[in-house]
Ligand binder design. Structure first.
Ligand SMILES: Nc1ncnc2c1ncn2[C@@H]1O[C@H](COP(=O)(O)OP(=O)(O)OP(=O)(O)O)[C@@H](O)[C@H]1O
Ligand SMILES: O=C(O)[C@H](O)COP(=O)(O)O
Length: 401
């Protein structure tokens, strides 16, 4: 099934565009990344064709440090296209409507973080989202809706699934290319070994998907927060929160049964880290064998060098390698050994590879690798691995109705 694209959109209209600009935030500063670069292509095309463009996007989640305004995103987006990008600190209230009313052909306006609107987040059916005041108010201001946010298309949120039910809806260029690439990849068959490197912070997303990929993937190599939860299930005292970070315990509550049953039924397909890295008292990197950890007293921020040495030959023997999520907090060079080591092993190997994730794909350029050393680099994380299972993404599905 296909959707309408920008080729089907009549010139000069007022368009409401959903991008995924969800980015890493370090000390309050939004970090530029390839999501801006890729979405700039869609926005530039709309500007060149004299559309009046308003952009919706989200950043972080309420209660987390990365839940910030989109004002910096507007500036970064502007630096990727050749024309001004305005920002209004409002999602669909009077200020937003007045700024939208002032748009002229070729103008771009970024609206405030959609997740600051109460109706955006709860996961509900598209039909319910279409009835929200948020959707009902904004839809009257525009002639068409464009969804370019493939990487958020696994979420049934108002800005993603509500508008297509009540407006003419189109796929942007990123939506089109990511959908085509990931669908083709999901249909690929491999004769040899298929390996999936699973890490990152969104353990709930990856563990759900792992349970659906156990026939397609021969070897899961674990790291990141997800890997620590598997180590906890295997009897090691890691994968617990030791401060207010709230990265582990809630995800453990949600997933412990699934993890335990995966370990029980598929132990031979799951490879766990043998050592982990942490920050020592002098601010350096220290490593500890998993077997020597009696109690969690520090935050483990990377897998250790021994683990990279165990994972690399498995990668070298693979016909296909999929990566979702970083093996450590690679943004800090001290904790990049796992992520950079595994990506380098993939780049050096003649296998088919896909690296996905808004954050994870950033590690490629940070550590001196080139995108063309990999089969496909997706700016989608959760959406791409869900697509690998052959499942429809709700945000894509409503565009195809
Ligand atoms: N042990 C760890 N402790 C803290 N953070 C970690 C650890 N391991 C990995 N990370 C962080 O995980 C992040 C990447 O994982 P995340 O789950 O956000 O995936 P992603 O690649 O960005 O995919 P998505 O697009 O779904 O967000 C990195 O920014 C990295 O710093
Ligand atoms: O970064 C992502 O994977 C998407 O923007 C979805 O964000 P979320 O996991 O916070 O819903």
């Amino acid at each position: 099934m296909t959707f309408q694209t920008l080729d089907d959109l009549e010139d000069g209209q007022r368009v409401l565009v959903r991008l995924d600009l969800n980015s890493p935030v370090e000390d309050g500063e939004v970090q530029d990344n390839r999501r801006f670069d890729r979405h700039a292509e869609t926005i530039s095309e709309l500007v060149d064709r004299e559309f009046e463009v308003a952009v919706m996007a989200h950043q972080g989640r309420p209660g987390r440090d990365d839940f910030v305004s989109l004002s910096q995103h507007a500036d970064i987006l502007e630096s990727h296209i050749d024309s001004p990008v305005d920002f209004v600190a409002d999602t669909f209230g009077e200020d937003a409507l007045s700024a939208i009313g002032e748009l002229d052909g070729g103008d771009v306006l970024v609206l405030e973080n959609t997740r600051m609107c109460d109706e955006e987040l709860p996961e509900e059916e598209p039909e319910v989202k279409a009835e929200t005041e948020f959707v009902r108010t904004l839809k009257d201001e525009f002639d068409a809706y464009v969804n370019d946010a493939y990487s958020a298309a696994h979420r049934s949120h108002a800005s993603l699934v509500g508008f297509p039910l009540v407006m003419d809806a189109y796929a942007g260029r990123v939506m089109e290319t990511e959908y085509e690439a990931n669908t083709a990849i999901a249909e690929k068959e491999f004769d040899g070994q298929v390996t999936m490197v699973v890490g990152g912070t969104k353990a709930t997303d990856v563990i759900d998907v792992m349970t659906h990929l156990d026939e397609k993937v021969d070897d899961f190599l674990l790291g990141g927060i997800a890997g620590e939860l598997f180590l906890r299930a295997a009897g090691h005292p890691v994968g617990y929160d030791i401060d207010d970070a709230n990265l582990y315990d809630e995800q453990w509550e949600q997933n412990s049964e699934k993890i335990e049953s995966m370990l029980e039924d598929h132990r031979d397909q799951i490879t766990l880290a043998v050592d982990l890295a942490y920050e020592d008292d002098d601010g350096g990197r220290a490593e500890q064998s998993v077997d020597d950890i009696d109690e969690k007293t520090v935050s483990y921020l990377d897998v250790g060098s021994e683990t990279v040495m165990e994972y690399s030959p498995i990668i070298r023997e693979s016909e296909a390698v999929f990566v979702k999520g970083a093996l450590g907090m690679f943004e800090d060079e001290r904790f990049s050994v796992g992520t950079a080591g595994v990506l380098e092993a993939i780049a050096e190997t003649d296998c088919f590879s896909v690296v996905g994730g808004g954050d994870t794909s950033r590690a490629i350029e940070m550590y001196g690798m080139e995108e063309d050393e990999f089969g496909h680099v997706s700016i989608a994380g959760g959406a791409y691995i869900r697509a690998l299972t052959g499942a429809e993404l709700v945000g894509v599905e409503v565009l195809q109705r």
